[in-house]
Design a protein around this ligand. Structure first.
Ligand code: PEP
Ligand code: MG
Length: 315
């Protein structure tokens, strides 16, 4: 019903009292970038680079990568684009990188773990991102998926800086990273919470199993506690924390995320107008109160019901 009433997004995410919350887009293939820009996305909060190469038997060359990345950056001239390094493995196997013999791929060599075992592929990718950034005017941020420790953060940020990519961050999608966000954000320039995986690992529930949907929701108070912990780490270090998982696309949950201290929300393009509309219906203080309600609930359903009861715009 909300969708029927509110169809536009003017390109600036904000609460009713003017607290700015940039609303960004999640992009897979470069073709989606222009559509996201046309829909008013204020930038790209997650460019899933592995989507460019899912069907490749061989690693892409640097030139091939530059070509793809430039298309995304070109659609967001002068705007922020967060490029994620290859998140290979588990639900996104890359034929040229992923060992498919692992008994538990979601707990195996995936994300940054793949990159550190194939440093030449990471180096090529960072070279390509740096070249694309030089050729276009977008504000390029780089982040690694599936970071678990402070040491991994330090190593990744160092590699990015060595390539001249000075805004280097990490995804927080493993509970250990959420709990270590203070020291992690002493090294990284920003963090972006991947709520899809953070929920999977917090709840020990495979994100691909529909049968576990009751567990696999970021409304779970335990997941919200991990998000709150990440935001505290960010506040401690003066570093921004965003969300780029599906949670950001649920308008009521988006309000809670802002109340927990999340600075930016990144989502699939179609979700932008509804999230913008609900955010514009509440003040920053109300976001904080709703976050407190959700955090102190004892179940996902309880958290969702308590928050939605205070958001008449969703009725
Ligand atoms: C996430 O895990 O929430 C995320 C944004 O990354 P992906 O869905 O690509 O794993
Ligand atoms: Mg993820």
């Amino acid at each position: 019903e909300l969708a029927a009433r509110v169809r536009t997004f003017d390109g600036t995410g904000r609460t009713s009292d003017g607290h700015l919350v940039p609303l960004l887009a999640n992009i897979g293939k470069p073709a989606g970038a222009q559509a996201a820009a046309d829909a008013g996305a204020e930038g790209v909060g997650l460019f899933r680079t592995e989507f460019c190469f899912l069907d490749r038997a061989q690693a892409p060359t640097i030139d091939e990568q530059v070509e793809q990345y430039r298309q995304v950056l070109a659609a967001f001239a002068g705007k922020k684009v967060v490029v994620r390094t290859l998140d290979a493995g588990a639900d996104k196997p890359l034929p040229f990188l992923t060992n498919t013999d692992e008994p538990n791929p979601a707990l195996g060599v995936r994300g940054l773990r793949t990159s550190t075992r194939n440093p030449e592929i990471l180096d090529d990718q960072l070279t390509a991102i740096a070249r694309a950034a030089e050729a276009e005017s977008a504000d390029v941020w780089v982040m690694a998926p599936m970071v678990s420790t402070v040491a991994e953060t330090e190593e990744f940020v160092g590699r990015c800086h060595a390539h001249g990519l000075m805004t280097a961050g990490v995804m927080v999608e493993v509970p250990s990273a959420a709990l270590q966000s203070g020291p992690i954000l002493a090294r990284a320039q920003f963090a972006s919470i991947g709520t899809n995986d953070l929920t999977q690992y917090a709840m020990a529930a495979d994100r691909l199993l529909g049968d576990l949907a009751v567990l696999s929701t970021s409304w779970q108070p335990a997941v919200l506690q991990l998000i709150a912990a990440t935001c505290r780490g960010g506040a401690q270090q003066g570093r921004p924390v965003g969300v780029c998982g599906e949670a950001a696309a649920d308008p009521a949950l988006a309000v809670v995320l802002v109340g927990l201290g999340v600075a930016t929300l990144s989502m699939s393009t179609p979700a932008l107008p509804d999230v913008a509309a609900v955010l514009a219906s509440v003040s920053a203080d109300e976001c904080r109160q709703l976050a407190e309600l959700a955090l102190t609930a004892e179940s996902a359903d309880g958290a969702r019901a308590a928050v939605r009861a205070h958001l008449p715009v969703l009725d």
